[in-house]
Design a protein around this ligand. Structure first.
Ligand code: UD1
Ligand code: PEP
Length: 447
């Protein structure tokens, strides 16, 4: 059941037009905040968005004795980890909420306190999302892990030791786990098959500013030489390329034009190539990127999600909505999460034609082929979308439903919009700025 102020009425059929601003990346900022725990002096993080994942981590840091206060400029946080202390397990559990970030507290807390507690994790329900790689690497560093009913209890009776690790898959979170643990471990850590997403590079920049010694090779190998002590950092978070791409897809699907201030070419090259193949237009400036529908038909494409530098999985769901407006058959092969296409059934209810398959369609065979996961889609377009009652299933799926509702004829009731606040700062305000006709039932307050 959703609360009444958790429902948005969307009157579709109006192109999104105008300018919005994106701030620091959801997939970097909370991790840079965790990194502050490793320092012996305060850290300053700038360009911090007001999203739920940031609030969760702020609360968890405070529970562990870190003082967190706003800095002088808007979007600046100052974190002082001088007096890190153990937190009450029940408080951690109550506070961890819907985020996946608590798992990254392991290394820093083991270094600072010799023990850590990790509650059940949140995050999007788009696959099983196991954390076996995280625990395997922590054991390799010398930690012990005990699973109890309320969560995982970790201990490091001695200083953690650098080690040689090969990840079975270039997992973003596990790579960050290694980085945040290895920087203060004794000796050298060599990580192969690492994830190299731009947010990971930015986390490495943060750690280097703190005094860490980290090198990245071109073959997914990262080497970390442990140091005895780290200081604070002063860092401006890289912009959110995932949010930027969501607004780009919204501009395309609604036949509009959106200037995304803060969007950067460097982290979005793969998205930009795909956007152009579909028929979208963009203009890259020094301060941001304008995305628009240039008129005429959109093109069907074959799309495969992958780890960086491939097509980011978090770009997939919003772009699929635009593909429902392309002429012909598009193929989408989701290779990062086994269950990230379920959101398409609601698009079909709105009039889209999307068929899901268990086989690896298009490109290459992936981990999910022959394993009963509906992880490929054929999108047949263009189809006229009609307003509908929609229940948001996950973060990007939720934004995709907003796009579909904006592109549709008639009115949609979108339930569960609060979930979008986990990763999109001020999205209601931005929609209104872009001319979207949206309202909360009974004239309620935006949440
Ligand atoms: C907060 C954050 O940054 N979230 C991002 C992060 O999620 P997250 O770090 O959770 O994603 P991972 O890269 O770790 O997961 C990728 C794949 O590896 C598998 N896996 C992962 C860990 C593990 O211990 N065992 C295992 O099997 C997962 O089930 C998934 O199939 O990277 C994803 C991939 O770019 C993005 O979609 C998420 O937005
Ligand atoms: C899957 C996502 O995030 P998380 O890992 O936080 O669930 C996402 O941002 O699309």
């Amino acid at each position: 059941m959703t609360r009444s102020n958790d429902v948005l009425l969307v009157h579709g059929g109006t192109p999104l037009e105008g300018e919005i601003n994106v701030r620091g990346a959801k997939n970097l900022v909370p991790k840079a905040m965790v990194a502050a725990l490793l320092g012996s002096a305060p850290s300053r993080l700038r360009n911090v968005p007001d999203i739920r994942d940031v609030r969760v981590v702020r609360g968890l840091l405070q529970l562990h004795g870190v003082t967190v206060r706003p800095g002088d400029e808007s979007g600046e946080l100052v974190m002082d980890p001088t007096h890190v202390e153990s937190a009450n397990v029940a408080d951690i559990d109550a506070h961890a909420g819907s985020s996946r970030i608590p798992i990254l507290f392991c290394g820093p807390l083991l270094h600072r306190l010799g023990h850590a507690f990790i509650p059940g994790l949140g995050g999007c329900d788009i696959g099983g999302r196991p954390i076996d790689f995280h625990f395997d690497v922590l054991r390799q560093f010398g930690a012990t892990i005990e699973k109890r009913a309320d969560g995982q209890y970790l201990e490091a009776p001695h200083r953690l030791r650098g080690t040689k690790i090969r990840l079975p898959y270039p997992s973003v979170g596990s790579t960050e786990q290694v980085l945040l643990t290895a920087v203060l471990a004794e000796g050298v850590t060599e990580l192969s098959n690492a994830a190299v997403e731009p947010e990971i590079e930015d986390l490495i920049c943060v750690l280097q500013k703190m005094g860490a010694i980290i090198s990245m090779d071109t073959d997914r190998t990262i080497r970390i030489t442990g140091v005895d002590k780290l200081g604070g950092y002063n860092h401006r978070a890289l912009p959110d390329r995932l949010e930027a791409a969501s607004w780009a897809s919204a501009a395309l699907a609604t036949e509009g034009s959106v200037y995304v201030r803060g969007a950067r070419q460097r982290e979005m090259m793969t998205f930009l190539n795909t956007f152009r193949k579909v028929g979208g237009a963009f203009d890259i400036g020094d301060e941001g990127i304008r995305f628009w529908h240039p008129g005429g038909k959109l093109n069907a494409i074959a799309l495969e999600t992958d780890v960086h530098p491939g097509f980011q999985t978090d770009w997939q769901q919003p772009l699929v909505v635009a593909l429902t407006q392309a002429s012909g058959l598009s193929i989408v092969h989701e290779t990062v999460y086994e269950s990230r296409l379920g959101f398409t059934s609601a698009l079909n209810q709105m009039g889209a034609h999307i068929q899901l398959y268990r086989e690896c369609l298009g490109g290459s065979a992936c981990r999910f082929g022959q394993r009963n996961f509906l992880h490929s889609a054929v999108v047949s377009g263009p189809t006229r979308l009609q307003g509908s009652d929609l229940v948001i299933p996950d973060l990007r799926g939720g934004f995709s439903y907003l796009i579909a509702a904006l592109a549709a004829q008639g009115t949609s009731r979108v339930h569960g919009i609060d979930l979008i606040n986990r990763g999109y700062e001020n999205f209601m305000h931005k929609l209104v700025e872009l001319g979207a006709k949206v309202e909360l039932p009974n004239g309620g307050e935006a949440i």
